[in-house]
Design a protein around this ligand. Structure first.
Ligand code: ADP
Ligand code: 5GP
Length: 218
């Protein structure tokens, strides 16, 4: 499904992080990602393109770039997506321009994509960190989907049955976070970002020391 634009390495900064959050729709990804961005202001949110209709509280260019199917498919034909997928009968994709904007301009990019998008981004950027957010139960997922007033019965049923399929892909992800208690899930996500940053900085320091050693021994 993914197009193959020639992007090259995204960043060489030690603490630059590509963080992919994935979950069944309604599990709390939007809520958690906005908390995470408040805790890490240097983390930029990747605004996807979608053919889905905006919900009541959504603004074009903030949650999504809302386009029609024709516009989306034209972008696919022009190779303008890093990844894209059809989810619940709507098209969603991350544009190359979105990644380009992030290059060097921030400390990291936060992606909200389904598991197909997560796989495509990871294939291109093996260093990306993938986190799967699980709802505590199907019953609770249904309750949360109902909280979103824009959800009609048909789309609710589609999303609930899709959730079962999505959870089957949990093994692909580096981390699982159960979003039961919101504060706890938020703290777990923050710890993941801290831990990944430390890991990257430490790895860069070790490599640097080794390089200096090698050079001075020549
Ligand atoms: P997603 O982005 O994954 O589709 P949202 O973040 O929009 O999900 O969350 C769906 C609904 O569930 C929202 O009304 C949100 O306030 C609520 N919610 C999210 N996390 C929790 C939680 N841990 N406990 C209770 N309600 C939650
Ligand atoms: P929603 O319509 O509820 O905002 O999102 C529905 C699903 O589409 C969620 O699972 C969300 O992660 C996924 N999604 C949102 N943006 C993208 C994207 O750019 N690419 C892909 N592959 N999935 C996306």
């Amino acid at each position: 499904m993914s197009s193959e634009p020639d992007l090259g390495p995204i960043s060489t900064a030690d603490d630059f992080i590509l963080l992919i959050l994935s979950s069944p729709s309604g599990a709390g990804k939007t809520t958690l990602s906005s908390r995470l961005r408040a805790a890490f202001p240097g983390l930029r949110f990747s605004v996807s393109h979608t053919t889905r209709k905006p919900r009541a509280n959504e603004q074009d260019g903030r949650e999504y770039h809302f386009v029609n199917r024709e516009q989306f498919l034209a972008m696919v034909a022009e190779n303008r997506f890093v990844e894209w997928a059809e989810v619940h009968a709507n098209l969603y994709g991350t544009s190359v321009a979105e990644i380009e904007r992030a290059r060097g301009a921030c400390e990291g990019v936060l992606f909200d994509v389904d598991y197909q998008g997560a796989r495509q981004i990871r294939a291109r950027y093996p260093d990306a960190v993938t986190v799967f957010i699980l709802p505590p139960s199907l019953k609770e997922l249904e309750r949360r989907l109902r909280l979103r007033a824009s959800e009609d019965e048909a789309s609710l049923t589609t999303r609930l049955s899709a959730a079962l399929g999505e959870v089957e892909h949990y093994g692909f992800f580096d981390y699982l976070v159960v979003n039961d208690d919101l504060d706890l899930a938020d703290r777990q996500l923050q710890s993941i970002v801290h831990a990944e940053r430390c890991r990257r900085q430490r790895r860069a320091r070790l490599a640097e020391r080794m390089l200096l050693d090698t050079r001075s021994s020549r």
